[in-house]
Write a protein of this length. Structure first.
Length: 242
């Protein structure tokens, strides 16, 4: 059993838009529709759980899921007050102790099959696997006064992406432990690390951006236009070493 938990329960405050960022239009469709369609195309995925704000459940059923006429039966799940709680709600709704779960940001619409395949292969090593990309900028650690404390060695730094992929019992246990002990993280790999698990990494994809701010939208449009061009070969990629 392979489940995909698509997390789109945030308020989108950093976007500073009149609607939540997951519902902003990209090529005439809400961003999260592109994400759902990407996972719906995959025969390897058995179930898709779509985590949305509690107050948006009916709206998403009628305005996001129904018009897409997807092959998978999309299970809507009410999100929580923060992402970590929303993921735990999705894991609970999966209602299985065996198999693999892929946890993906709803506002990462450019996830390609080769990346999902890489994560599903990589998860076999430790039961936990995430895609990462190398850092190209120089990294500075600063203090509360905006003064540089030190320069970090970027050779050992990676940017985490999703889908973050786990044995479902492993990540559910990790999230439950984090909830009991009050540990708060910004991604699921951190939760697994907190629980003492080893997390494998595989090369990510620079197209697999997270649309978070208004500045990300024109970048997303550019990526989509390139994908739609005749020259684009979506099944090929130039992966960077991890």
């Amino acid at each position: 059993m392979i489940c995909a938990v698509i997390v789109a329960a945030g308020s989108g405050s950093r976007m500073q838009a009149p609607v939540k960022k997951q519902y902003l239009l990209l090529d005439g469709l809400p961003i999260v529709c592109h994400t759902l369609m990407a996972f719906d195309r995959l025969s390897a995925v058995d179930r898709i759980l779509f985590v949305v704000p509690r107050n948006d459940l009916q709206w998403c059923r009628e305005n996001i899921v129904a018009p897409l006429a997807l092959h998978h039966d999309i299970q809507l799940v009410a999100g929580g007050r923060r992402r970590q709680e929303s993921v735990l709600n999705g894991l609970a709704a999966a209602a299985t102790t065996e198999g693999i779960v892929m946890i993906h940001d709803g506002v990462r619409p450019f996830v390609r099959p080769f990346l999902i395949d890489a994560c599903l292969t990589g998860v076999a090593a430790t039961g936990a696997c995430i895609p990462v990309i190398p850092v190209t900028d120089t990294l500075k650690q600063v203090d509360e006064n905006a003064v540089i404390v030190r320069t970090l060695d970027r050779r050992h730094i990676r940017l985490a992406q999703t889908p973050q992929t786990f044995a479902i019992d492993l990540i559910r246990h990790a999230h439950q432990l984090a909830e009991r002990q009050g540990f708060v993280a910004t991604d699921d790999a951190s939760v697994a690390e907190f629980a003492g698990e080893s997390v494998t990494v595989v090369p990510g994809d620079r197209d697999n951006i997270k649309i978070t701010t208004a500045q990300d939208l024109p970048i997303a449009v550019t990526i989509l236009e390139r994908w739609q061009s005749k020259e684009f070969k979506g099944d090929t990629q130039d992966l960077e070493p991890v």
